[in-house]
Structures are given as C-alpha cells and as structure tokens.
Design a protein around this ligand. Structure first.
Ligand SMILES: Cc1cc2nc3c(=O)[nH]c(=O)nc-3n(C[C@H](O)[C@H](O)[C@H](O)COP(=O)(O)O)c2cc1C
Length: 142
C-alpha cells in the first residue's frame, strides 16, 4: 500500500478543503493517507512517505505562505531529491505564478514532481472538487 502524506497550510480553509478532497481520492485508490497541518509536520513525514503532497495558497505577492510553509519547505530541501512530490493550493486573483515558481523550486531540489501542480481559484466546488479527487487518485498511483 502506498503511503501518501498531505501537508498543508490554510488561512481561510480553501486549501484545507482541497486537501480533504485529495485525501478522499488517494484513499479510494487504496493509499494509506496522513493529513497534516504544516505546524504538526516534520521532515520525517516527508522521508517516511512514498508520495508527499504539499499545499499552500498563493500569499504575499505570488509566494507560498511565509511564516510556516516557507520555513518548512526550506527545511526539507535536502530531503526531497528523488522523492515523489505533488503541489497544490488555492489562489485568488493571480494567474498561478506562485505555483509555477514553487514547482520549479522543488524540481531544483531534485524532487520527482507529479505534474505542474493543482491550482483552484478560491474554494473547490463543482468540477474543481473532482479535479482534487483526481489529483489524489493520480498521486496514489504515481
Ligand atoms: C495576505 C494574502 C495574500 C494573497 N496573495 C495572493 C496572490 O499573490 N495571488 C493570488 O492569486 N491570490 C492571493 N491571495 C488570495 C488567496 O490565495 C486565496 O484567497 C486563497 O483561496 C486562500 O486560500 P486558503 O483559504 O487556503 O487560505 C492572497 C490572500 C491573502 C490573505
């Protein structure tokens, strides 16, 4: 059974809602899933998983959340080479720039990215709910 750890930060709940739908999809494919707020996560949650999914909304000016997610991502930089990794998050008014830079950054650390990252404008609803579940299914099978 593949171990999928989902580690996220959320301000108003949108990225958390994505995380829960992603969890549903991954579980459907038989994965053993751990859902963690980034404040509860450690580097061992990255090392011990077959697939790590990191979620952060676009914050600041097109960056990941700076007080908890940014230091966490920095702390795992040397532990993700060759690691299967997927990125997701919610955004408001931008064009997804924060996600493109985040994907590039993680590839720079040598991670094996699932795809170009899943982005949803504000809360997932309708077809984007299914996109989240699909992301989870793909992550479990990657
Ligand atoms: C301080 C702050 C900065 C933000 N910066 C951006 C931004 O640069 N680009 C963007 O598309 N959305 C931006 N947003 C909008 C959030 O990404 C959006 O509301 C998202 O749905 C929040 O997700 P959450 O509910 O998981 O916190 C910002 C929101 C806040 C509060």
């Amino acid at each position: 059974m593949s171990k999928v750890n989902i580690i996220y930060w959320t301000g108003t709940g949108n990225t958390e809602a994505m995380a829960k739908l992603i969890e549903e999809g991954a579980k459907e494919k038989g994965a053993e899933v751990k859902l963690l707020h980034v404040s509860e996560a450690s580097v061992d949650d990255v090392k011990g998983a077959d697939m790590v999914l990191l979620g952060s909304p676009a914050m600041g000016a097109e960056v990941i959340e700076e007080s908890e997610m940014e230091p966490f991502v920095d702390s795992i930089a040397s532990s993700v080479s060759g690691k299967k990794l997927g990125l997701f998050g919610s955004y408001g008014w931008g064009d997804g720039e924060w996600m493109r830079s985040w994907v590039e950054r993680m590839e720079g650390y040598g991670a094996n990215l699932l795809n170009e990252g899943l982005i949803v404008q504000e809360a997932p609803e309708g077809s984007s709910e299914e996109e989240c579940r699909n992301f989870g299914r793909e992550a479990a099978a990657y």
